[in-house]
Design a protein around this ligand. Sequence first.
Ligand SMILES: [Zn+2]
Ligand SMILES: [Zn+2]
Length: 157
Amino acid sequence: MTEVRSDRLTGGCQCGAVRYEWTERPTHASVCHCRMCQKASGQPFMAFTGGRREHMRFTRGAPRLFKSSSLAERGFCGACGTPLTYGFEGTGRISVTMCSLDDPEAVRPAMQYGVESKVSWFDTIATLPAERTEDWLPAETATRLVSHQHPDRDMGR
Ligand SMILES: [Zn+2]
Ligand SMILES: [Zn+2]
């Protein structure tokens, strides 16, 4: 079963031009390794959580849309490029990218799709040497870093 920690989930893109909320909890969550998800994200896979379209609404801005096939549409922020949504024609459902949620741990994927395109090194990621950001980012440089990322919450709410 998909695990969802909170009923009201909010999220948005990196720059904050597009913000959304779920008025009811998404009903499913999954990762997809398919070649279209790889290309759309520029990454090995995409993670989505979704539910009925009428249960998700944009509270600020709206994504630009790219019809990635005759049957599917992908939304992204036109200002910063963050991939945000996925919709498959005729389903009445919409999905959002899981880590565009303000709480990236709010939902856990319960299924993998498109495994025929899974990159060969995906399953070895957890065995790679690992370090935290502060392990490689010099403290002096960190003090000069000013984030332009929208905070993980709605402003003024
Ligand atoms: Zn943006
Ligand atoms: Zn896919």
